[in-house]
Design a protein around this ligand. Structure first.
Ligand SMILES: N[C@@H](CCC(=O)N[C@@H](CS)C(=O)NCC(=O)O)C(=O)O
Length: 202
């Protein structure tokens, strides 16, 4: 049994969605936020004191996207393909962490996450400008194939779509990127995504 430490209204959402896609049994060990985005208690199994963390028997992991690669590996293909496509999954997951997440978070904090008085419009605009440059790359890739790797949905799609989820829900303008928008719509309305979203959105 996978034990996902965190709450659905956090990056643990990504791992809950992955467990749902994998069809593996899991439980959520709820550790959440106090006001100001600080954890209400220490996450004893994560040296970074952050959520999510995963327990899978003796294995303990942190980093949401690494946790998802582990869950997908357990499930195997098609969620985690073999051969060169496994390397492509890794490429897109690292791209998500380094090229997409910092910019989408810069926009998100300053567009809807922080209390209104603390938001800085120029920061939101800078995040959007940087993210748009990456979305332009993604738009070209998705003109060549329906998903990031091969012809079907993999954990690479889940990792990127789950990082973009908050922006998709909160009014980011995906208009200039119709292929990205269609891909995000398809990923985030999959039955497993809807089951995970129900836990988060109520
Ligand atoms: N890169 C980490 C980031 C984890 C992270 O920042 N989690 C947030 C919640 S979504 C957290 O625990 N924040 C609490 C804090 O910083 O005190 C991952 O993807 O797992």
């Amino acid at each position: 049994m996978l034990r996902i430490h965190g709450i659905p209204r956090s990056r643990a959402f990504r791992c809950i969605w992955a467990a749902e896609e994998a069809g593996l049994p899991y439980e959520v060990v709820p550790i959440g936020f106090a006001p100001g985005f600080k954890l209400e208690r220490a996450v004893a199994i994560n040296p970074n004191n952050k959520i999510p963390a995963l327990e899978d028997g003796d294995l303990v992991l942190f980093e949401s996207l690494a946790i998802n690669l582990h869950i997908a590996k357990k499930a195997g293909a098609p969620l985690m393909p073999a051969g060169d496509d496994a390397s492509r999954v890794l490429q897109w997951t690292l791209w998500t962490a380094t090229e997409a997440e910092p910019h989408v978070m810069r926009w998100s904090y300053n567009a809807y996450l922080k209390p209104e008085a603390e938001r800085v419009a120029a920061e939101a605009a800078a995040g959007k400008e940087a993210l748009d440059a990456r979305l332009a790359v993604l738009e070209k890739e998705l003109a060549q194939r329906p998903f990031l790797v091969g012809e079907g949905f993999t954990i690479a799609d889940l990792n990127l779509a789950s990082v973009l989820y908050g922006s998709w829900m909160n009014g980011y303008d995906y208009g200039p990127f119709p292929k990205v928008k269609a891909w995000l719509d398809a990923c985030l309305t999959r039955p497993a995504a809807l089951r995970a979203r129900r836990q988060r959105e109520g």
